[in-house]
Ligand binder design. Sequence first.
Ligand code: GLN
Length: 530
Amino acid sequence: MKYIFMTGGVVSSLGKGITGASIGKLLQLHGYKVNMIKMDPYINVDPGTMNPFQHGEVYVTADGAEADLDLGTYERFLDMVTTRENTNTAGYVYQTVINRERRGEYNGGTVQVIPHITDEIKKRFKVFDNKVDITIIEIGGTIGDIEGLPFIEATRQFILEHKREDVMSIHLTFVPYIEGAKELKTKPTQHSVNKLREVGIIPDMIICRTQYPITDSMKNKISLFCNVPQKAVVEARTASSIYHIPEALHNQNVDEFILNRLNLTGKTKFDTSWFEYVKREKKTNKVVNIGVIGKYADLKDAYKSIDESLKISEMDDENIKVKVHYISSEDKDLINKLKQMQAILVPGGFGVRGIEGKISAIKFARENKVPFLGICLGMQCCVIEAARNLLGLKNANSTETDKTTPYPVIEMLEEQKSIKYLGGTMRLGNYEADIVKDSLAYKLYKSDKIVERHRHRYEMNPKYIEDFKKVGFYVSGYHKDILPEIVEIKEHPFFIAVQFHPEFGARPTKPHPLFSGLVNAAKNYLEKQN
Ligand code: GLN
């Protein structure tokens, strides 16, 4: 069993997740089984209760954990399925230790950061032992943060307790370009590595995020001051696609260095087909514009997996380019902007704000036969729109937005009503759905049974299903014959909305049928326009 620790320095948002996942990908292409763990130093038990403005998208694992969006990166790069075991926070670790203390399991001892918290963290580093060959552990935050110290201390102990050839440490830093001097600067990297060494971790490899190429003389300097061999100083230059990064690292022999360091040789012949796939050239200049109408339009990270799912579907079709436009559902010019789109997507969300804009975007897509995909709250808004405008139910709404609506077409399930704790109590993770034959959903999935991830409290009220059917708005997927999972409009070239989150299922080489369906419908729509 081998372990690789990833830490980050200088500033946050350098892409530790992407870099770690790229390394994981390389090791996978050498034939190794790899898994990844994220350690987040904040006190929230999980990010489920956090605002996307704070944290970006909340990712959902197959078994229903609400997690950091890096897990999505792991899934997409490594083509794997994450679970609760892939995600940890300081809050989650402390909660476990405190619960144990309350049960009296420490036998009267004083419970302390060292060893009780650090032991619990170290235990979690080992959850994939005997299941994979290599675990990559990403320590969230930036070196020097107070919050991250228990995780860093646990890492130090873990390295000490394992054979040198079984564990290594990689530090990701930032090499800024100073406009006035027209120079890249290595000093922040030197300071960051010093900080790391102060807490007892000596990096085996330093990966430098940069806008511009890092010269050999700079690598020399970093090598000398930071005490790593020159070939372990790696450039991670901003790339046009994140999926090009594994190859960029491979070209600098990163995988060779890591394999040597861990005393591994590569299990199988190195497979480059993934590299070839992600860099295929387009055979066209045709562009479709897809509008994503959400509340967090200024913050692309809030729709990370949707963004990636659209890119993945784009990547799969050499005959189309996709341009995604994030448009605020409160934009005064919404309808005019929608007129420029060849497809419209309304994503998930929470709360009252922005709902009416989403509903008008859906009305526009329905009436003008613009390809449409609704996700979670996006589906709920479709139901509200159809109730108001097809069934004539004035003021129909979801009880999430209007508690006293006369027509509660979206409602909370009884079992949700008694819940007091907000964290981890939604309908979360994988649920099955049966798909009605002859539907668009069936055509896209090519199957009558699917499993998709969920994250919501409210559901379409089954009371209205029959009335909707009469006006051509019908349910094409059910969970256990009762809960509506998918709705469609018969007289529309592509109008589908789903209660679950298909965006967590797309991977390069395996695009998700709903997203590819949307891109394809947009392509047809563009052809008709011309
Ligand atoms: N707010 C809605 C619910 O809780 C939708 C959630 C979502 O879009 N993820 O049901």
